[in-house]
Design a protein around this ligand. Structure first.
Ligand code: C2O
Ligand code: CU
Length: 467
């Protein structure tokens, strides 16, 4: 597998700049004419994912060239520079694109009925925005998500910052599972009894749509590994063997002091950026594995190639911070949010897929989201004001709780000693109670939901209105 060197990367991003972004002169949406925008096509494809057969009707995105694996491309953007793309729907059902973690205007957020109309088969939708933060993000639909994401529609976004330190190589890993049966065909996306617990796991585990892929990386070099957990269910506990490594960013936010990648829990929706110091002997291998559960398994390996670059982990300077506002705790209003299980009953069907059950609730309201007649918001926030969300997980399961449009900081928790930098997704541990500080600095209706999609779609969904 070819390594992505810094030079190739720069060439790649120049090409990407030519094909994906619009020039600096671009200002308003109105200036875009019909043929201007590069396409992001959602479509079907047949791909070999399981060893024993080709999976028909995998869903993917294509932008320009398709990767050999058939997976959605890594979309490269630049912090502070406009990005524009036209979604074309070549599926057989409505879809949208949500840009997970990007703090962009509400109309670009990709939630049907809340921020934009459904994009029907054969139709398109123009997404135009400027990412304010650098880091590793991802994109996925916000419609019939258990099927659409489960069948392939999860891709990684890299927002580059020209001021980032230079690494010898960069490897992007999109981690996810697939629910495939014999011969590689899709099986039912979930089991109700699992949806009422931790979620239904896939049967085939992949990184970049491959089982245990191996990547070459420069011997003795510093490699930036960007990892996105895009599975609909699985929480990973990552461990790295064979090299020293430091976490440099969590959920796109640079960490204040890079710390060793020891055992890191990464829930659906979360990302981690790691700098890895490759071993000094050519041919030596570094192994990234998941050690959660009883049977640890290999996610991917990295093999040292070439003469040693003899780099030092301490040479890596810190990543520049993202401009996330800090909540003013002296004026912040407190908002309690209780995450609970709920009695099961069948919700009314919606265009974007209902699972036919409600098992979960936020503040006692089970809402599957994406419905034409949304319930009232969890709270109405005033633009520019600070808030503290008092979140309480009153279940024995972990829930990766994701907020659209704004980042928050974990101010305190009864379950953790080290508090991470600002984030868009907190992996709320069983019985965890935490305080999340945020500034309501983005207008509109913003979803808050569990990113275990079965939990989201069976009630653990709500939204804030910022006005
Ligand atoms: Cu990753 Cu509501 O989204
Ligand atoms: Cu959950």
């Amino acid at each position: 597998m070819p390594i992505l060197t810094r030079r190739n990367l720069l060439k790649g991003s120049a090409a990407a700049a030519a094909s994906f972004s619009v020039g600096a002169g671009f200002a308003a949406r109105a200036q875009i004419t019909a043929d201007d925008l590069p396409l992001l096509k959602a479509h079907f494809t047949d791909v070999r994912i399981a060893a024993d057969g080709i999976t028909p009707k995998v869903m993917s995105y294509t932008a320009g060239e398709t990767a050999a694996t058939g997976m959605p491309p890594v979309l490269r953007m630049t912090k502070g520079k406009p990005f524009a793309t036209r979604l074309m729907n070549a599926l057989e059902e409505p879809t949208t694109v949500h840009w997970h973690g990007l703090r962009i205007p509400n109309a670009m957020d990709g939630v049907p009925e809340i921020t934009q109309p459904y994009v029907y088969p054969g139709d398109g939708f123009d997404y135009v925005f400027t990412p304010p933060d650098a880091g590793t993000f991802w994109y996925h639909p916000h419609c019939n998500t258990l099927t659409q994401m489960g069948h392939g529609l999860t891709g990684v976004i890299v927002v580059e910052n020209p001021e980032d330190p230079v690494f010898d190589a960069e490897i992007v890993l999109n981690l996810r599972d697939w629910r495939l049966g014999a011969g590689g065909a899709f099986i039912t996306p979930f089991k109700p009894r699992d949806a009422a617990r931790g979620g239904t796991y896939g049967t085939v585990r992949t990184a970049n749509w491959q089982q245990e892929p191996r990547y070459d990386a420069p011997t003795g070099g510093l490699v930036r590994i960007r990892i996105a957990a895009t599975d609909v269910t699985r929480i990973y506990t990552l461990a790295l063997e064979g090299a020293a490594a430091r976490i440099i960013a969590l959920d796109a936010s640079p960490v204040a002091t890079p710390h060793p990648l020891d055992l890191l829990d990464l829930g659906p929706g979360q990302r981690v950026d790691v700098v890895l110091r490759m071993p000094d002997n050519e041919g030596e291998t570094v192994t990234l594995s998941n050690v959660r559960g009883n049977n640890p398994w290999t996610i991917a390996t990295f093999r040292a190639t070439g003469a040693s670059l003899k780099r030092d982990l301490r040479d890596v300077s810190a990543l520049p911070a993202n401009p996330v506002a800090e909540a003013d705790l002296s004026t912040a209003e407190r908002i309690p949010l209780d995450f609970t299980a709920t009695a099961e009953h069948a919700p009314s069907p919606s265009l974007c897929g209902t699972l036919g059950y409600t098992f979960w609730a936020i503040n006692k309201v089970p809402w599957p989201g994406d419905t034409p007649d949304p319930i009232s918001p969890l709270a109405e926030l005033k633009l520019g004001k600070s808030y503290v969300l008092q979140v309480a997980n009153r279940t024995p399961h972990a829930h990766p709780i994701h907020l659209h449009g704004m980042s928050f900081r974990i101010l305190s928790s009864n379950k953790r000693a080290i508090l991470p930098p600002p984030t868009d997704t907190i992996l709320l541990l069983p019985d965890e109670q935490a305080e999340l500080g945020l500034v309501a600095d983005n207008l509109g209706d913003w979803m808050l939901h569990c990113h275990i999609i079965e939990h989201q779609k069976t009630g653990m969904t709500g939204y804030f209105r910022v006005a």
